[in-house]
Design a protein around this ligand. Structure first.
Ligand SMILES: [Mn+2]
Length: 340
């Protein structure tokens, strides 16, 4: 794991001298993002630091159980207050994202802030920060935060609240330890978090067995009526319209995980989920093996992410046109898709 000691020394000093610290996450924060932020938050609190988490927009309801989520400020909701905190901060962390543009409307405020800026992230090609912890091979931002904390202090400073949040982040970003989790180190770290007496089964249930009836019915509908499988490209995709979202009482976060479903089909290496979302088309992509969806999303759909998990968007095309564009691109990747 890439934890440069020089960066640890810089961060140690920066935390010591900072009077006010702001932690931030990306737009549409997920469990890893919220868990990593809170994991660090609880440790900094333990050190009696003044610290505030600011997220660009609201996080899914099934993360509310994490200790101290009630203290998170949402920029979209409390813009004035959030801006004041950002201006006042001596130290700002970018956690689980690689560029301020990933924070939506918060971007400007962050760019103009006078604070020293630290990144702790596992996405490729991070922007330039004062202090950098970037490792694409790590399971999750939460695990990277845990490693940074251990290098700054020792694991003894991690309290149960912090451990619960970090564990949740790792569990979520690895799909319950099914991907991004082949390294023994991840399991060693998880073992240490379990030593803190966290309730693993409770966290698993909160993250994965906490869906609404509507979401479960929507999933059934998408799989039976909407999934298009293209065996010749080892690809499958699903499109979801605004109208269908309404019909199934869609709530923010409901589509979380849908993109993974087609990958459970034998020989499917590439899965895409396309959804109408607030006037544009939002895409999620997943792949198995060598097919690089980060490159694919960057090149064709104004997006990016990781090699096997990425997102994209389109502001011009209609829902079915995005699907057509996707299908039209597949022949040039045929070789890669078949050998992925
Ligand atoms: Mn993450």
């Amino acid at each position: 794991m890439n934890i440069p000691i020089s960066e640890i020394e810089k961060l140690k000093k920066a935390i010591e001298t900072a009077d006010f610290i702001v932690l931030t996450g990306h737009q549409n924060p997920d469990a890893d993002c919220v868990g990593a932020n809170l994991g660090l938050f609880h440790v900094l609190k333990e050190q009696r630091k003044q610290v505030q988490i600011i997220l660009p927009n609201r996080f899914p309801d099934n993360l509310k159980w994490m200790p101290s989520t009630d203290q998170i400020v949402v920029y979209e909701k409390d813009t004035e207050l959030a801006s004041q905190y950002i201006q006042k901060a001596d130290l700002i962390f970018s956690i689980d994202y690689n560029h301020f543009s990933r924070t939506g409307k918060m971007q400007n405020a962050l760019e103009q802030a006078k604070a020293q800026k630290v990144i702790i992230d596992h996405h490729p090609e991070p922007d330039i920060y004062h202090i950098t912890f970037s490792d694409t091979s790590v399971s999750s931002a939460s695990e990277l935060v845990y490693e940074v904390i251990k290098h700054l202090h020792s694991e003894s400073i991690v309290n149960i609240q912090s451990a619960e949040c970090l564990f949740a982040g790792i569990m979520a970003d690895t799909g319950c330890f099914s991907y991004n989790s082949s390294k023994p180190k991840t399991f060693l770290n998880v073992a240490e978090l379990l030593e803190k007496q966290i309730n693993k089964d409770y966290i698993k249930a909160k993250l994965f067995d906490n869906y609404s009836i509507e979401r479960t019915r929507l999933m059934g509908y998408l799989l039976s009526e909407k999934m298009v499988v293209l065996p010749e490209f080892r690809t499958a995709y699903i499109v979801l319209s605004e109208q269908e979202k309404e019909k199934f009482g869609y709530k923010i976060g409901d589509s979380e995980g849908f993109v993974n479903l087609p990958l459970s089909i034998e020989n499917i290496n590439f899965s895409v989920f396309i959804m109408e979302h607030e006037g544009f088309m939002k895409m999620s992509m997943r792949s198995r093996g060598n097919f690089d969806v980060n490159q694919f999303a960057r090149k064709h759909f104004k997006g990016g992410g990781h090699k096997n998990a990425a997102g994209g968007k389109d502001f011009d095309l209609k829902l079915l046109e995005v699907a057509d564009k996707l299908v039209s691109l597949l022949p040039q990747y045929k070789e890669e898709l078949l050998n992925s």
